[in-house]
Design a protein around this ligand. Structure first.
Ligand SMILES: Nc1ncnc2c1ncn2[C@@H]1O[C@H](COP(=O)(O)OP(=O)(O)OP(=O)(O)O)[C@@H](O)[C@H]1O
Ligand SMILES: O=C(O)c1ccc[n+]([C@@H]2O[C@H](COP(=O)([O-])O)[C@@H](O)[C@H]2O)c1
Length: 206
């Protein structure tokens, strides 16, 4: 498999980590990335193309294919598409963050996700450890704004929520800190694209 190497960030920079299956990547991912970069005062964003979501039973399309598609879809001078979890050998986000904080002790990381992931966040390995170690930026997603706001993570960490109007402070905030931004939404999902047969069909052997 092609190796992409480890991404670059200068000491003191704020890097948003946007993890996903990207099976396939789409304009919703691009939208979240650009909105988050602007909203939270991020210097860069790294996409973390996951070898496999620990909570999903169905394995994704091969890593090389998702990486190539992600690089095609997401082109921006301050955004890097990475396979860093393949390098660190981690699957759970808590473990990936520990590895990245060791590799980049002078970089400030912010975890980014769509509202649907906040609704499920309490099911992730050591989710409180994640909240306690990095600021978390959440971007609205069609259909998930209410479930995200009512989620267990949102309730348990209610007092650490940064108001949307102060969103630009998130990048340099001390964890725990999280912020939900109610930006215009893009209604697209990988499931929908797979259902239309526009992605899976191409990975089947001839
Ligand atoms: N349209 C969107 N709006 C906001 N966030 C999104 C959107 N699409 C994906 N995300 C976020 O991007 C991250 C990666 O998502 P993922 O790669 O699973 O895409 P997906 O479209 O949710 O895929 P699937 O339909 O297979 O679950 C998650 O944090 C998810 O919440
Ligand atoms: O750490 C966990 O337990 C965990 C559980 C579910 C999802 N995640 C991460 O959440 C990100 C989004 O996953 P997905 O499949 O919804 O695109 C991706 O980086 C996953 O590794 C992490």
């Amino acid at each position: 498999m092609e190796r992409y190497g480890i991404p670059y960030a200068r000491p003191g920079q704020v890097v948003g980590l946007f993890g996903g299956s990207f099976d396939p990547p789409h304009q919703g991912h691009v939208h979240v990335t650009l909105e988050a970069m602007k909203a939270f005062g991020l210097d860069r964003v790294w996409w973390l193309v996951s070898p496999g979501n620990p909570l999903k039973e169905r394995g994704p399309a091969p890593m090389d294919r998702r990486m190539a598609a992600a690089r095609n879809v997401m082109q921006h001078p301050r955004v890097e598409v990475t396979d860093i979890e393949a390098l660190t050998g981690t699957r759970a986000t808590a473990d990936t963050l520990t590895a990245l904080q060791r590799l980049y002790p002078q970089v400030r990381f912010v975890w980014l996700m769509g509202a649907d992931n906040l609704a499920q966040f309490h099911r992730w390995k050591d989710w409180r450890g994640i909240m306690d170690s990095v600021p978390v930026g959440v971007v609205a997603r069609p259909g998930d704004r209410i479930s995200a706001r009512m989620s267990r993570a949102a309730r348990v960490y209610a007092k650490y929520r940064i108001d949307g109007q102060a969103r630009h402070l998130l990048g340099r905030a001390q964890a725990p800190a999280w912020c939900f931004v109610n930006v215009p939404m893009v209604d697209v999902s990988s499931t929908e694209i797979r259902t239309r047969g526009e992605w899976r069909a191409e990975v089947l052997p001839e």
